[in-house]
Each structure stands twice: as C-alpha cells, then as structure tokens.
Design a protein around this ligand. Structure first.
Ligand SMILES: Cc1cc2nc3c(=O)[nH]c(=O)nc-3n(C[C@H](O)[C@H](O)[C@H](O)COP(=O)(O)OP(=O)(O)OC[C@H]3O[C@@H](n4cnc5c(N)ncnc54)[C@H](O)[C@@H]3O)c2cc1C
Length: 467
C-alpha cells in the first residue's frame, strides 16, 4: 500500500473510512474472474460527500480511482488495473426510501440486491432484476454492469429499472442523471449512459430504481431433454407458443453433474445429466408468473410446447419451497463448475434467440476441436449462454488453447448476429475483442465519450478499452 496516498486519504476522511493493513490490497484487489491488481490505497466511504472528496483529490493528483461493489464481477471490472485508490461501497448500504406511490426505491450503491428484493416484496412490490449473484452483489455494481439475470426474458435488465442516478464525476463535481418522473426528455439520457459504463465515467453514489407490483402467483417447471440441441430447440417452441416465461434457463450435462455432485442430497437434478442412449442430456428450468388465472393458462401452453418439442421428462415444482430449491441449484452452477478444476473461464456471448441451437453447436465444436471441457448454462430465453471452460491455466498449453477457443466462441456469436457480452461487461477480460464487434469507428466513438467525461483518464483505467 502506498503510505503517502493512505496518509492523504486519512486526512480527508474519517479513520474508519480508510482500510489499512497488508491484507487490504489482497481483499480489495480482485473479483470473481480471479484476476487481480494491487491498489495503493483502499477506502470505504460512509457518505456521498466522502466519495466527492476522494474524486476531487484524485483529479487534483491524477490518482486512478476504481469503484468496487461486492467484487462479484466476471470481467475484472473492479480490479485496480493501474493501482491508485479502490473505493468500496460496502458502508453505503442503506435503502433510503421505498416510495409506494411513485413505485420507486431509492438506494445507496452498496445495498445487496437481494435486500431490495425482500424489502420491496414485504410491501407487495417487485424489483425484477435478479442476477445469479443477487445474494451478495450490490445494486451499484448491477447498475454499473447493467446486470441481467434469471428474470430477463419477461422483465428485462437493470437498465429497464434505472430512473435516476446521483453521479460524482471524475473531477469531483456532482449531478443527478435522469429523474424520478415517469417521463423525462430533458437533454441526453445520461442515466442510460452511466448504466453499464462499468465505473469508467463516474461514481454512482445513489440510485432511484423503478418497482412494479408483485405478481400474484408463479409456477416452476423442470424439463429434461436428450441433448442440449433439443433443449435449445424447445426454447424457441416455448416462445413461439405465445407465452413469456419470467425465467427460461438451460443447463447442459456437464453443469448438471457438477451441481449434483456439489449439492449432493440437496440437488433437484439428481440423475438428470444423462440423456439415455449415450446422449448427454440437458435441462430447461422454467418459471411463469402473473395472476392465478394467467399462471394456469401459461402453464398449460408451456406443457404443450414442451411435449411437442420432445421433452422426455416434465416436472412441476409442488410448492414454493421446491421452486426455490431449483433456483438455488441453478445459482450454484458457476460455483459447482469452479470446484472441479483450478481454473474456470466463464463467457457471456449472446445471440439472437433463434440462433441458440446454432450457438450451442458452435460451442460443442470448439470444445471438440481444442479437447476442452466446457459446461454450458445460462439465460436461454435471452439468447445469453455462459459456456464455461473448466481447465488448469497453470499448464502453458492450456493457456493457448483457451485463448484460441474463447476467440472462436466470440467469432461464432458475432457471425450469428450476437454480441461479446450480454451482461457481464467488457472490463479487462474482453477489451481485446471490442473492435471485432464495433469496428475501429465504433470503439473510437466510445473512446471520445470517455475522454470527454474523464479527460485525465483516472476513472477505472484499463477497462473496456485496450491498454
Ligand atoms: C455466481 C455468480 C453469478 C452471477 N450471475 C450473474 C447474472 O445472472 N447476471 C449478471 O448480469 N451478472 C452475474 N454475475 C456477475 C456479477 O455478480 C454482476 O456483474 C454484478 O452486477 C456485479 O456487482 P458487484 O457489486 O459485485 O460489482 P463489482 O464486481 O464490485 O464491480 C463491477 C463493476 O461495477 C463498477 N462499480 C461498482 N460499484 C460502482 C459504483 N457505485 N459506481 C460506479 N461503478 C461501480 C466497478 O468498478 C466494476 O467495473 C454473477 C457472478 C457470480 C459470481
């Protein structure tokens, strides 16, 4: 840790707001990618004013600033790639207001996503964005990554719920982007610009998020298929049947077996990783919600579509507890895969929904070509798959194979009209690939936005753009 910087920050903030000690650099240096950097100082401000003071100081002294939520990111976004100060939002964890007249929650950026779920549901309201990490990620991190999650198909992503953001700019000035009104066309849509900007344009110090009424009823289903291709074909049949499930997730045999062995007796997937006749097998996990009558109607149509698309086993969760068990097992997918090898590389390529079967085939071809074990799961209803390479990157040969495989997965997604990242962001991990999707002109247009708001390049440097 840099003693001078730490000392200066201690004089600006209260002692509890500065994290000292040799372990700070380790605890605040990485995220879920297992990539890490070394901060020169770590602070955990207790107010928006403290953040403003840090930004003002950083601008004056040209010190890099890296915002940090829970560090659950999957693209290296909160890794201090160029040192400087890591600013953690862990103490900014208050739900300031839940306004049941305007249906808005006003929160500090360090509120854990699941806390807003339970606080709004207790009042009969609903905050739909539901990343698999909702038990530990923060709302600030969700806004900065424009996080998606398990309910994206019907309810959209974080962006669809952001109304206003209080921003501390890289020069220490502050303003509110957007407003708490349903309508607002005053100038550029700055709330949208900051949403998904990965902490590279400014610091989010407060957010006003839209709520909706809590659906009256829901029903959960598991459908087993002989192959991943068959399951991905069923996704299209479900959508063509005219219903919009709130959740439509897919898991392949590799992932199912990893989860079953991780959760053991608590796995709802036991024995469902085998498709019979030597086929690998796959599962769809589906939830429909709405009024009681609508859930009955949607469930009927869903079951018809699943039968028509060749599901070999259908099961409806008998109650809410069983539904929760299914979703808990789905959320365990990454942890379960990570447990079986020293390295996991989880990708996020997303394609138009009708191309999911083609994307699934492309991933399988890449796995075969490079002799790599790839577990595939994800938000199939959004066309958002998470092919997860399970390997050992300490072996040099594996590094080269993984690099080539990841490049080919991205190329396949782009050639199918897709995108590099559906929800995890670019961060450090995908900056090399940006031009493949956007071209030189596209990247340079984004760079101009960055340079206009952060001319000194101190705001989360080394992210999104190469170098
Ligand atoms: C098991 C698991 C499951 C996951 N499932 C999903 C999923 O379903 N959908 C999904 O979208 N993601 C998922 N993720 C990824 C991750 O949880 C999300 O990207 C989440 O939004 C990150 O939140 P965080 O608080 O951990 O942010 P961090 O990882 O700490 O930071 C993420 C980015 O946000 C920036 N940032 C954080 N706070 C602020 C702020 N206040 N102001 C400005 N910038 C800020 C950081 O600089 C960084 O660039 C998953 C991760 C794990 C480990």
């Amino acid at each position: 840790m840099g003693p001078d910087l730490e000392e200066k920050l201690t004089s600006l903030l209260s002692p509890e707001e500065v994290v000292t000690g040799p372990e700070a650099a380790v605890l605040y240096g990485g995220d879920s990618t297992r990539v890490s950097g070394r901060p020169d100082a770590v602070v955990r401000p207790a107010s928006a004013e403290s953040i403003r003071l840090v930004m003002e100081y950083a601008a004056r002294e040209r010190v890099p600033v890296t915002p940090r939520g829970a560090g659950s990111g999957l693209s290296g976004g909160c890794v201090p790639a160029k040192g400087g100060v890591v600013v953690s939002t862990e103490r900014l964890n208050r739900i300031i207001d839940i306004d049941t007249a305007d249906l808005i929650a006003v929160v500090e950026p360090g509120v854990i996503t699941a806390s807003l779920h339970s606080a709004s549901e207790a009042l009969g309201f609903f905050y739909p964005p539901d990343p698999g990490s909702s038990a530990f990620c923060t709302l600030g991190g969700n806004v900065a990554e424009n996080a998606g999650g398990l309910r994206g198909l019907k309810y959209g992503v974080t962006r669809d719920y952001v109304m206003a953001l209080d921003i501390a700019l890289p020069d220490g000035r502050t303003f509110t982007a957007g407003s708490r009104t349903r309508k607002n066309v005053t100038g550029y849509d700055m709330a949208r610009l900051f949403t998904g900007s990965e902490g590279t344009l400014g610091f989010i110090t407060k957010a006003a998020l839209r709520l909706i009424p809590l659906p009256e009823a829901r029903a959960g289903f598991l459908a087993a298929f002989d192959t991943l291709e068959a399951a991905s074909g069923a996704v299209l049949m479900i959508i063509k049947s005219g219903i919009t499930p709130s959740t439509l997730e897919i898991m392949d045999a590799v992932t199912l077996k990893a989860v079953a062995s991780y959760l053991r007796a608590n796995s709802p997937f036991d024995g469902r990783g085998d498709g019979g006749n030597g086929a690998p097998g796959a599962l769809l996990l589906i939830e429909v919600d709405g009024s009681e009558a609508d859930v009955v109607r949607q469930s009927g149509r869903l079951l018809d579509a699943l039968k028509d698309s060749g599901a070999k086993e259908l099961r409806q969760a008998k109650d809410t507890a069983e539904q929760e068990e299914i979703w808990a097992a789905r959320r365990a997918a990454l942890t379960a895969l990570a447990r079986i090898s020293p390295s996991v590389i989880l990708e996020d390529a997303t394609v138009p929904r009708k191309e999911i079967p083609a994307m699934v085939r492309a991933i399988r071809n890449v796995a075969e070509k490079y002799c790599l074990l790839i577990g595939t799961f994800g938000h199939a209803g959004d066309g958002n798959l998470h092919p997860t390479i399970v390997t050992d990157l300490r072996v040099e040969e594996n590094k080269n194979k993984v690099k080539a495989a990841v490049g080919e997965i991205f190329d396949a997604a782009l050639s199918l009209g897709g995108t590099l990242s559906g929800e995890h962001g670019i961060g450090i991990m995908k900056s090399d690939y940006m031009e493949r999707e956007l071209g030189e002109a596209g990247v340079s247009a984004m760079r101009k936005v960055k340079d206009a708001l952060d001319p000194q390049g101190i705001m989360n440097p080394g992210k999104i753009f190469k170098g």
